[in-house]
Design a protein around this ligand. Structure first.
Ligand code: ZN
Ligand code: ZN
Length: 346
């Protein structure tokens, strides 16, 4: 079977390896589709994501669907032939964060396709892989595998919505219109938001934001000098989600939400930090909250996609075979044409 390994910056090798066989409690999965995410691109282009350095060859990939090929002893939740979504997070279940129900903050988290621990947790840029049964969520045979592979990014958005609290009837601002920004549009609408504005500095992702249901999609770099973003939004938002990872966008969120508003930081900001007028948080009683990966919303994401209550199709922008993974990563980086690029077995 084929397997992709990143050995270092711009050094990706596709190799033939022995197919594994499932032990007790394990499921052998044949890849359906696996999405290319920002972190996968960082490992490929830079050999690292923030502080997580590649210290041994790493198979990236944490956004996958598949078909059960075989099951080990004691597996009861899935059977061969079934389509499944893979939950890439494996929390320890024992640390204080886990015991409190905040598994995404687990201090012993093993997240697929990540160099955060050593040995690294190998991901799903491969034809076949083993998965503990608990991380497999089965769906009907009619659910398209490409859509199903969006369960992880949708989970990230659903978790952010939970962090914001009640969105019913709220005006929402989302800064950053990439895949997660568009998933945020879908998640905020699902939660009852009444008006959603999305901002970016590139046209293509904003077109997709409109397709998934944004009321307004704005190029912030084209707003007239001195104009207020709140005015362009048609009124001050109650809640802002910062998804772009640009410091200037977080500043804009703080400036734009109403007094007593909520800002949720979803994107990864520059590691060196940034300058904020922090007194705004005090004087306007703003709530600035973080949102990291996701906790208990993965099954909800899978159900929402499986029933098309959430339609992720506008965000899908092409598939490449595993053998062309490097070309796919290059393509995924070009935001003027690509949203979610996926890899498929062959
Ligand atoms: Zn991802
Ligand atoms: Zn834990």
């Amino acid at each position: 079977m084929l397997e992709c390994k990143v050995h270092g910056a711009l050094d990706l090798r596709v190799q033939q390896v022995e197919a594994p066989s499932p032990g007790p409690g394990e499921v052998l999965v044949r890849l359906g589709a696996v999405g290319i995410c920002g972190s996968d691109m960082h490992y490929f282009f830079h050999g690292r994501v923030g502080n997580f350095m590649i210290r041994e060859p790493l198979t990236p990939g944490h956004e996958a669907s598949g078909v059960v090929q075989a099951v080990g002893a004691e597996v009861t939740r899935v059977r061969p032939g079934q389509r499944i979504a893979i939950n890439p997070s494996r929390a320890c279940g024992a640390c204080p964060a886990c015991r409190e129900g905040r598994e995404n903050l687990c201090s012993n988290m093993r997240f697929l396709g990540s160099a955060s621990v050593f040995p690294h947790v190998q991901g799903m840029f491969r034809e076949l892989f083993l998965m503990p049964e608990a991380q497999c969520v089965p769906v009907a045979d009619t659910v398209p595998l490409d859509e199903l592979a969006m369960s992880e990014p949708l989970s990230v958005a659903l978790h952010s919505v939970q962090r914001a609290g009640n969105l019913l009837g709220r005006r929402v601002l989302i800064t950053g219109s990439g895949t997660i920004g568009c998933m945020m549009v879908l998640a905020a609408r699902l939660a009852g938001a009444s008006h959603i504005t999305v901002t970016d500095v590139v046209d293509h992702p904003l077109e997709v934001a409109r397709e998934v249901g944004a009321d307004l999609a704005l190029r912030t770099d084209l707003l007239p000098a001195g104009s207020r973003l709140a005015e362009a939004c048609g009124g001050e938002p109650d809640v802002a989600f910062e998804v772009s990872g640009a410091g200037s966008a977080l500043v804009a969120c703080l400036d734009t939400v109403r007094r007593g508003g909520i800002i949720v930081q979803v994107g990864t900001l520059p590691a060196e930090g940034l300058h904020l007028l922090a007194n705004q948080i005090m004087a306007r009683e703003l709530d600035l909250r973080g949102s990291f990966r996701f906790s208990n919303v993965f099954d909800l994401a899978v159900r929402s996609i499986a029933t098309r209550r959430v339609d992720v199709r506008p965000v899908l922008s092409g598939q490449y075979p595993l053998t062309e993974a490097a070309a796919a990563l290059q393509r995924a980086r070009d935001k003027t044409v690509s949203m979610k690029v996926q890899l498929v077995p062959g």
